[in-house]
Design a protein around this ligand. Structure first.
Ligand SMILES: C[S@@+](CC[C@H](N)C(=O)[O-])C[C@H]1O[C@@H](n2cnc3c(N)ncnc32)[C@H](O)[C@@H]1O
Length: 276
């Protein structure tokens, strides 16, 4: 299924963002201070979290690793460089992928990295019966697209028999109704609404959950820190995103803060293996 007009608009926004972020020393400096990385990241994955994910996925030389929605290379390229795994990075926004390609070259890891423009709901790789990936990861990607189940189906199709998947995702806190639900939906990522809990979706798509952790507190802290730095550097923020883009992003940040202040958002990390 091709992306809807709404998804396409978001992909275009991401593409511009990756181009802007990766060219601004000030924004990269903020990212270093807040998340411990400088790839032009758009998820809330910090360096500590990326290191933890690398350990859970047992990344190392010879391990075939796939990152879906890899943006401009965070954290896939970082993990490839740190662990020596063989990485495939896929995403749709071209600017992000070009920045990732340049970064892989600068870091001297191009030989171990494949960067492919592809839809996570239609992966251009053979199924796990033909080898597949030993480790699959996506950071805050399912809340940025509609076809969540299709992505999990595709991950299941391309994972090796002994493989693992880890992902983080932002969702609406359970039990919210009416105005509170709307506040959460408006404050979260564009496609935060999900037809079911991710645990159920994983079961339906042939996965067994091995761990589920709530990292809302860490997300809230990272968000506040990032927002504070952005406000303190508003001139650069506006230069980078343009006046209209900056105003839109700042309005979104305020909505997110409102939702987080009321505990209306959740960020979780799931680990799963192929069922049975
Ligand atoms: C929150 S960003 C995370 C990007 C990057 N991994 C990072 O941590 O900075 C979510 C990513 O999901 C990607 N995405 C959205 N829809 C997608 C799709 N259908 N297939 C693959 N990636 C998609 C977006 O383009 C975006 O780069």
């Amino acid at each position: 299924m091709s992306p809807t007009a709404g998804e396409q608009a978001l992909i275009e926004r991401f593409s511009k963002t990756y181009g802007h972020l990766t060219r601004s020393e000030i924004m990269l400096g903020i990212e270093r201070a807040v998340c411990g990385c400088d790839y032009g990241c758009t998820s809330w994955t910090t360096r500590q979290e990326a290191d933890d994910v690398g350990k859970i996925l047992a990344l190392g030389p010879g391990v075939r690793f796939l990152e879906i929605g890899a943006g401009s290379g965070w954290p896939g390229l970082y993990l490839a460089k740190r662990t020596g795994c063989e990485a495939a990075l896929i995403d749709l926004p071209l600017e992000g992928l070009l920045a990732a390609r340049d970064r892989a070259e600068r870091d001297g890891i191009s030989g171990a990295v494949r960067i492919v423009q592809a839809d996570g709901a239609a992966l251009p790789f053979p199924g796990g019966d033909f080898g597949g990936f030993d480790a699959i990861y996506h950071s805050d990607v399912l809340c940025c697209l509609i076809e969540k189940q299709a992505v999990l189906d595709e991950c299941r199709r391309v994972v090796s028999h002994e493989g693992k998947m880890v992902f983080s995702v932002i969702s609406i806190a359970p039990g919210l109704l009416d105005a509170d639900y709307e506040t959460a939906a408006a404050g979260g990522p564009t496609f935060i609404e999900s037809p079911m809990d991710y645990a159920e979706m994983l079961t339906r798509t042939g996965w067994t959950i091995t761990a589920r952790g709530d990292v809302t507190a860490e997300y809230t802290e990272t968000f506040r820190d990032m927002f504070g730095h952005e406000q303190a550097n508003i001139d650069e923020f506006e230069r980078v995103h343009g006046p209209e883009g900056a105003a839109e992003l700042m309005a979104r940040r305020h909505r997110t803060l409102e939702a987080l202040d009321q505990d209306f958002l959740r960020r979780e990390i799931f680990s799963a293996v192929p069922a049975g």
